[in-house]
Design a protein around this ligand. Structure first.
Ligand code: HEM
Length: 144
């Protein structure tokens, strides 16, 4: 029982880090960025990637070692919808990462079109991230 609670705690810590890093990206990202802001954005994006990896690990631990047992999740469409949204989020996040890495490290004025696209992707990611806990709590409460 305590072990299951600790796994849940671990999963939450990873999720909070994921949300925090994504919101930080939204706040930091501007059309005109100096060298320090670009470096920080890249570092935060790397942390976002690490947090996403840890969410997966902690999530898999909850599936395999959690109290309810793997079968509970693997037969639940809400679980697979949650996985699908998380996968979509991961795929979406590739474009901003490539964009940040391609910015000149010495500072940049991002072209309007690229700026709007990246901003829209980040907002979409926040939206997806907001839907995932709903699916998680529906499946945790036994909805199928
Ligand atoms: C590969 C990725 C993931 C896996 C395998 C996974 C797996 C799980 C599992 C097995 C549970 C336990 C559900 C229960 O109590 O029966 C859980 C709970 C939860 N997960 Fe995830 N998860 C993943 C990603 C995420 C993400 C990205 C978020 C949020 C953005 C998230 C949010 C939650 C929340 C809020 C709960 C608690 C639900 C509740 O107790 O009401 N999970 N997850």
């Amino acid at each position: 029982m305590l072990f299951d609670a600790l796994l849940a705690w671990l999963h939450f810590l990873c999720i909070f880090t994921l949300v925090g890093t994504l919101i930080s990206e939204l706040v930091l990202y501007r059309r005109v960025m100096d060298v320090a802001r670009i470096a920080l954005l890249r570092r935060i994006d790397m942390l976002f990637g690490i947090a996403a990896g840890l969410v997966i690990v902690s999530g898999i631990l909850r599936v395999t070692l959690g109290l309810k047992g793997a079968a509970f999740y693997l037969h639940n469409p809400f679980f697979w919808t949650k996985m699908g949204l998380f996968l979509a989020l991961g795929l979406l996040s590739i474009a901003p990462t490539i964009h940040y890495l391609r910015l000149p490290g010495s500072g940049a004025v991002v072209p309007e079109g690229a700026y709007r696209r990246t901003w829209a992707v980040l907002v979409l990611e926040v939206g997806l991230l907001g839907c995932i806990p709903l699916l998680a709590t529906l499946l945790a409460h036994g909805y199928t």
